[in-house]
Design a protein. Structure first.
Length: 150
């Protein structure tokens, strides 16, 4: 289990369980490698896939309530993802997509630190995505994971 959630929100608990199943499935890493080259990175998809696959630290999921906010979730470190429980009135696929997107950020934060970089290496440019960032690693991998949800 890579992602840990200790809260009581059933919808979030289920989405975390599904995300863990997918991140433990070798098929995901093959799909990442086969995807067209991600934008906004100097790394290959195979390198990013291997970095995520080999990331072994636990990432804690913490819920917070802010129904008026814009963000579904946020990540500021490799050990914590904050999910806005006020934004869970959507499908499990969509919630799992958000968790996967933020998990990619967590891994990127860890990788940045592990190689003593000053910058994230496979992220998007900003938090305003109108389609132009769909092929960055967080958005694309979130979409791949969403498509793997039953």
């Amino acid at each position: 289990m890579r992602l840990k959630y200790f809260g009581r929100n059933r919808k979030l608990k289920k989405a975390v369980r599904i995300a863990n199943q997918i991140f433990n499935d070798d098929l995901l890493y093959e799909k990442i490698k086969e995807h067209q080259q991600f934008d906004n990175t100097g790394l290959t998809n195979a390198e990013i896939s291997n970095i995520i696959y080999n990331f072994s630290l636990e990432v804690r999921i913490k819920g917070y309530w802010w129904p008026f906010g814009v963000a579904n979730a946020s990540t500021g470190s490799y050990s914590l993802i904050k999910v806005n429980t006020g934004k869970l009135r959507r499908t499990n696929k969509s919630i799992v997509n958000t968790i996967a997107h933020e998990y990619v950020h967590s891994v990127d934060f860890w990788y940045k630190k592990s190689i003593n970089s000053n910058e994230l290496l496979f992220t998007h440019v900003d938090n305003e995505n109108n389609g132009e960032e769909d092929n960055t690693a967080p958005w694309a991998i979130g979409s791949i994971v969403k498509d793997m949800v039953d």
